[in-house]
Design a protein around this ligand. Structure first.
Ligand SMILES: C[S@@+](CC[C@H](N)C(=O)[O-])C[C@H]1O[C@@H](n2cnc3c(N)ncnc32)[C@H](O)[C@@H]1O
Length: 213
């Protein structure tokens, strides 16, 4: 049951302060029904930017057949934006919060929605997807850079990954180093890593675009 002592629009700072995955997941379960409206007030533009960025790197002809996985899909904002920019093929969503997945299901944007802990091996074969999105999940008290290698594994050669990474974590939490390691190992080409202002008071974030080699 939701903690009525906290204003609902304070959920963002509460998930950022969570000290365990179970605390964060419980908060997202409580927040799910009002998450989308709250994020409008935070001027969260990242889902649209992520979808438009993926569309830039996937040619028009394959947009209708591309199979995409949305890691940390939450309530489905990225899935809806992907449909808006012309990805009419299957999109699978992965998230730890059942409450958020229940909201995502109502968007009708996803083929499959699965409870998944992204710090563990993803239940998908090597190269299963043409594209992967991960929006707003490389952030405070969520994911460090460790899942990037697993994300690369599930994308096919030539496929594209688009992820947002909070700018203040880019160097400090080792994202820059991990991306460089993946590049040097020959598993990815770095297509973009520009800083965007995609959420109010966030200090900006990188929109990281990798092509699987
Ligand atoms: C800020 S929300 C972003 C949701 C959505 N991508 C969007 O752009 O609106 C972060 C999401 O990451 C999920 N998450 C956090 N840690 C996770 C983990 N270890 N495995 C899977 N999902 C996780 C949360 O449940 C939440 O739905």
């Amino acid at each position: 049951m939701a903690d009525q002592s906290q204003p609902q629009d304070d959920y963002l700072s509460r998930v950022f302060a969570a000290t365990s995955t179970s605390e964060s997941t419980n908060l997202y379960d409580q927040w799910a029904s009002t998450y989308d409206a709250d994020m409008v007030s935070h001027d969260f533009k990242a889902p649209r930017i992520v979808a438009e960025t993926l569309a830039e790197y996937v040619n028009t002809a394959s947009k209708s057949s591309a199979v995409i996985v949305d890691a940390g899909c939450g309530s489905g904002a990225v899935g809806l934006q992907l449909k808006n920019v012309g990805f009419t093929g299957p999109i699978d969503g992965l998230d730890l919060s059942q409450g958020m997945l229940d909201v995502a299901r109502k968007t009708d944007a996803y083929r499959d929605l699965k409870i998944t802990d992204l710090t563990k091996r993803v239940d998908a074969s090597d190269g299963e997807y043409d594209g992967l999105t991960c929006c707003g999940t490389f952030t405070h008290s969520h994911l460090g850079p460790e899942p990037l290698e697993e994300f690369v594994r599930v994308v096919k050669k030539g496929g594209v990954l688009v992820a947002t990474v909070l700018e203040m974590h880019w160097v400090e939490k080792g994202f820059e180093r991990e991306v460089e390691r993946l590049r040097e190992s020959g598993s990815v080409e770095v297509l973009e890593k520009e800083v965007h202002a995609y959420r109010k008071q966030s200090g900006g974030g990188r929109v990281l675009v990798l092509r699987r080699l």
